[in-house]
Design a protein around this ligand. Structure first.
Ligand SMILES: [Zn+2]
Length: 66
């Protein structure tokens, strides 16, 4: 089993209808995928995320074993 990090977009407030979820080995990689997904699916620029938004998203990242 490998430790990994998982993020499900529907856990985010206002994104309940989004089916996307992603799991990566490192948090760094997960943040990059979250940013890419935000851009592609929600036309949101991760560079505009303020610290509060990042803190909130951080609470949605779950450690998992795969
Ligand atoms: Zn989404």
């Amino acid at each position: 089993m490998t430790r990994a990090y998982s993020y499900a977009c529907r856990d985010c407030e206002g994104m309940e209808a989004c089916p996307a979820s992603m799991t990566t080995q490192t948090k760094d990689e997960l943040w990059q995928l979250m940013a890419l997904h935000a851009k592609l699916a929600h036309d949101e620029n991760a560079a505009d995320w303020d610290q509060d938004t990042r803190d909130y998203l951080e609470t949605l990242i779950k450690p998992v074993s795969v």
